[in-house]
Design a protein around this ligand. Structure first.
Ligand code: AMP
Ligand code: MN
Ligand code: MN
Ligand code: MN
Length: 280
């Protein structure tokens, strides 16, 4: 196991725990290096860093930027950037600005199948009013008996072609990479196995992301199985990417693993966190 976690969420986005609690759980699991990577928002980083320092965990600034790439939605994790950099601050604020209007359309889409009050229901679950996400709608749908848990919600609702899903324009890939790099960070393609694309499209993406300045891909992820980690470990080597590792923790019981520990990277991968170990 690797005591590094470079992808997890707090209640600043769609996780259930406050930033300090995420750090506490990770530290208790033996984590030595942690990045908090909330969706489109960095306001949890100061508390998380303070708590990590108290607990002797090396803290890395993080964020998970929502991106539209053609018809695909991608997630780009930024790591190790200056969280006060104006390009980053302004960029993230434009991404957040679209979320409320999208939530209204999601709610209208659910109303068409007889599910009323979804916007208000989702808002009750969102601690940060600027980050209203599908996860908050999923929690509302579980609460009102439409599915047994958040995972099963995403079979019947909130995915393309199902009630509650709406198209949305997120940041452009090159903008997200530019904000991260302008702020001195590393751009990482999050959970690549999660995207609904064939191998050829994935290779186009890996080529383009590299050209735009992307430096790493998540090889080990809480949403990857062993075969997916092996596949993306090979692709990282082939395309010259560093490898990242993160649980994508949101809440105990909602995902595969608690924050803190990840399986080791496959042989041949170069860890993206090497530079921060050397800096420490
Ligand atoms: P949004 O950024 O509002 O589109 O919400 C995306 C979030 O929804 C992801 O970060 C996950 O937390 C959650 N999500 C999306 N698809 C699934 C799924 N199939 N199972 C569980 N959670 C999902
Ligand atoms: Mn999420
Ligand atoms: Mn994601
Ligand atoms: Mn995530």
């Amino acid at each position: 196991m690797t005591p590094v976690d470079l992808h997890c969420h707090s209640n600043v986005s769609d996780g259930l725990l406050p930033p300090r609690e995420v750090v506490r759980v990770a530290a208790e699991r033996g984590c030595k290096m942690l990045a908090l990577t909330d969706h489109d928002d960095t306001r949890g980083l100061a508390d998380a860093e303070d708590e990590a320092t108290r607990r002797g965990v090396q803290f890395i600034n993080g964020v998970e930027v929502s991106v539209s790439w053609g018809k695909h939605t991608l997630h780009i994790v930024g790591l190790g950037f200056d969280r006060d950099h104006p390009a980053m601050v302004a960029g993230l604020s434009t991404v957040r600005a679209g979320r409320f209007e999208r939530a209204e359309r999601m709610s209208a889409s659910l109303a068409k199948v007889g599910i009323e009050g979804a916007l208000e229901g989702a808002q009750k679950h969102a601690d940060n009013p600027e980050i209203l996400s599908r996860t908050h709608f999923a929690r509302f749908l579980v609460e009102t008996g439409r599915a047994k848990d958040t995972k099963s919600v995403f079979h019947k609702f909130l995915i393309r072609g199902k009630p509650g899903y709406v198209e949305h324009e997120w940041a452009r890939l090159h903008d997200a990479v530019d904000w991260i790099r302008a702020a001195g960070g590393v751009a990482v393609l999050a959970h690549p196995a999660r995207y609904d694309m064939g191998n050829e499209t994935m290779r186009v993406l890996l080529t383009e992301f590299k050209r735009l300045g992307g430096e790493a891909i998540e090889v080990v992820s809480g949403v990857h199985g062993v075969h997916e980690a092996a596949r993306f470990g090979r692709l990282a080597e082939e395309f010259g990417y560093l490898a990242s590792s993160g649980t994508d923790f949101h809440a105990t019981g909602e995902g595969a693993r608690d924050p803190g520990l990840n399986p080791d990277l496959p042989m041949g991968c170069t860890p993206v966190w090497q530079r921060w170990l050397e800096a420490a």
